[in-house]
Ligand binder design. Structure first.
Ligand code: AMP
Length: 290
């Protein structure tokens, strides 16, 4: 497995792959890898070469967010990736991605200011900027993302269409703990007392999903139930709960085939996100492992 730390070196490797007419997949991550990240490798392997990037992107963190304390277990991450046959890890420093004088940002308008964009202004332009930059360095034929970050996938899809990027986006289902908690690098911040209350996100999603399956299609009614469940959990504080269309993140009055229920909830000081599709045809992706 090659570990590449500079843009110039990565571009050289990429040109060599071009000469051999190899196809390339990219899995962008911020490291602290868990089974959710590793699940993204399966569709990535359909290309001849698999690249994983590990970059804790400073521009997607707000001034009072967890950039400094974000976990960085690099040796462990590299072992996991090597054992899974990844061909190259792109591991740039912040100054490699944003050198002195860097001034360009990518903003996907409107979609970036909804849902998580309300409490994390600037987050998605950081994401769009770094992903476009990674696409230009790695030039992947396919890039794999997780449904866990549902808004991110909608925004990146829009960016790929709007800017005519020749990359196929693949979105993989959410990987969960046995009790339903979606795997996240930030779960490490939860103390033992907070771990069980953190399942309130999944329990609320399941409540709405089952109500919807049983015929409740009014999103106002579903959201009321979700909010009540979250408010009943002592350590939980709701940031938002919304039912939106996955096409453009606009709020829906009725459950449709595109209906996505998205949540952000503080458990103590840790902000967790989760989501589920509500329509019968799409719900399988929200189920925890057997
Ligand atoms: P991150 O390192 O948090 O930026 O995540 C890197 C990629 O892994 C993103 O595309 C995430 O959506 C995806 N991911 C994170 N957690 C999960 C999960 N529990 N299941 C599936 N994909 C995930």
């Amino acid at each position: 497995m090659q570990i590449v730390k500079t843009v110039a070196a990565f571009k050289r490797l990429r040109s060599a792959w071009d000469d051999q007419r190899l196809t390339v997949s990219l899995v962008p991550t911020m490291g602290a890898l868990h089974a959710g990240h590793l699940s993204l490798l399966s569709p990535a392997r359909e290309a001849d070469r698999v690249v994983v990037s590990i970059f804790v992107n400073p521009t997607q963190f707000g001034p009072h967010e967890d950039l400094q304390r974000y976990p960085r277990p690099l040796e462990q991450d590299l072992c996991l990736l090597k054992a899974r046959g990844v061909d190259a890890v792109f591991l740039p420093s912040a100054s490699e991605i944003y050198p002195e004088g860097y001034r360009t940002i990518v903003t996907v308008e409107e979609l970036s200011s909804r849902l998580c964009g309300v409490s994390r202004p600037g987050h998605f332009r950081g994401v769009a900027t770094v992903v476009l930059k990674l696409f230009n360095i790695v030039r992947p034929h396919r890039a794999v993302f997780g449904q866990k970050d549902a808004q991110q996938t909608v925004i990146l899809r829009r960016m790929v269409r709007d800017l005519e990027l020749d990359v196929e986006l693949i979105v993989q289902p959410i990987v969960r703990e046995a009790d339903g908690l979606a795997l996240s690098s930030r779960n490490q911040y939860l103390n033992p007392e907070e771990r069980k209350p953190a399942t309130v996100l999944f329990r609320s999603l399941e409540f709405a999903r089952l109500e919807s399956l049983q015929g409740e299609s009014r999103t106002g009614v579903l959201l009321r139930g979700v909010r009540e469940l979250i408010e009943s959990e002592r350590l939980a504080r709701l940031d938002y709960a919304e039912i939106v269309s996955t096409d453009d993140l606009s709020p829906l009055d009725e459950v449709t085939a595109q209906a996505l229920l998205a949540l952000a909830v503080f458990i103590g000081r840790t902000r967790l996100i989760d989501n589920t599709f509500l329509h019968k045809s799409l719900i399988d992706s929200s189920l925890p492992p057997g």
